[in-house]
Design a protein around this ligand. Structure first.
Ligand code: COI
Length: 358
């Protein structure tokens, strides 16, 4: 399946917005002047690719996305280098993952070359929106929604693929300081064979109740355990997790209910490149707590596009608190953060070929 990228039409905004101060961006609050939209209809495929001024969508209230949640999203970032170049980080991997999620949710596949062309042109139109202050970037949110206005439960025959962009700072209010994580014991995020590894809205909606409860107790996020035995560590929802125990770094294996994090994969490759042992395996929560009690748990951190590298300073599982690394950012978390953000912003050499100039 191919779509002709030279057919992307561009309608420029005549009413450009004032850019927010770069030290007050937060996450996902401000949006650039333009967006990319492309339609899909059964029989016609993806068609009418266009860049238009950022604007509300007009959808029929019966559109399937509102009723049956047939929708997928992605998240990636564009960075400004010190010498004013623009870099993306592993963008094709995001569109590949999007197609994997699409497949799970019966959404038609995207042509990755077309999606890349759309993204590059949109960034070129809104390039002035990429912030340059340390710790900031342009967060890119591609998503697909099912637009057919019929209430029968069946895959939609019409979709829109949309890309919006938002200048952002840190995802968590803690910035790069350690976050506190509440381990969820009652609810589960995903089960084997479910949609846990797809980036689809329902996974996030069903997590909100626990997240809210955790927040009320002073925790930033929820750590999910496996849906079958409530025993093995899975992910946080906005990030994958890593634990340094006795010199080895452990991260939960991708068992089908965990997101295939691109930052996760990058960190594994970076650690191996540094000669640090990394094991992807099922890790029981009581094994982690035991390591915490006997002093071999050295560091913990989360990884994600939005979260970047986020040190975990405290966990709470069934009321038992675990303070990790005295609640401070560990040496390894800091090195991974500095190297990864250095590669992303062009300050550090990229021996892996992860960055792509646009
Ligand atoms: C990302 O890191 O891009 C994510 O998708 C996490 C998000 C839910 C904020």
């Amino acid at each position: 399946m191919t779509t002709n990228s030279s057919l992307i039409s561009i309608q420029r905004s005549t009413d450009t917005k004032k850019k927010p101060p770069q030290d007050q961006l937060g996450f996902g609050i401000y949006y650039t002047d333009h967006m990319f939209v492309m339609d899909y209809s059964v029989g016609q495929g993806w068609h009418d690719p266009r860049i238009i001024p950022y604007q509300p969508l007009v959808l029929d209230p019966a559109a399937k996305v509102f009723h049956y949640g047939q929708t997928i999203f992605e998240g990636l970032k564009a960075y400004k280098t010190a010498d004013d170049r623009i870099q993306l980080f592993r963008p094709r991997d995001n569109f590949q993952r999007m197609n994997r999620s699409n497949d799970r949710m019966s959404v038609p596949e995207l042509d990755i070359d077309m999606a890349m062309a759309a993204l590059e042109q949109l960034i070129a139109v809104d390039r002035e929106w990429i912030p340059s202050l340390e710790g900031t970037s342009l967060y890119i949110r591609p998503f697909v929604i099912a637009t057919q206005p019929t209430l029968g439960v069946a895959p939609s025959e019409h979709y829109q693929f949309i890309i919006i962009m938002s200048p952002v700072g840190a995802y968590y209010p803690e910035g790069i300081n350690p976050v506190k994580i509440h381990v969820e014991s009652d609810y589960v995020r995903a089960v084997p064979g479910g949609s846990g590894e797809a980036k689809t809205a329902g996974n996030y909606a069903s997590a909100l109740k626990s997240q809210q409860a955790a927040k009320e107790q002073g925790y930033t996020q929820v750590l999910w355990l496996d849906g079958k035995q409530h025993k093995y560590i899975e992910e946080v929802g906005s990030m994958n997790v890593f634990f340094k125990i006795g010199g080895t770094v452990y991260t939960p294996a991708l068992t089908g209910s965990i997101l295939h994090g691109i930052t996760r994969d990058s960190v594994i490759r970076l650690l191996k490149h540094w000669g640090i042992p990394v094991e992807e395996r099922m890790l029981a929560i009581d094994e982690l707590y035991e390591a915490g009690r006997n002093g071999t748990l050295e560091e913990a951190f989360g990884t994600g596009t939005a979260a970047v590298i986020s040190p975990i300073g405290e966990m709470n599982w069934n009321g038992e608190k675990l303070i990790i690394g005295e609640g401070k950012t560990g040496q390894l978390s800091k090195s991974v953060y500095d190297t990864l953000t250095g590669i992303q912003t062009g300050a550090v050499a990229d021996p892996f070929g992860w960055t792509q100039q646009v």
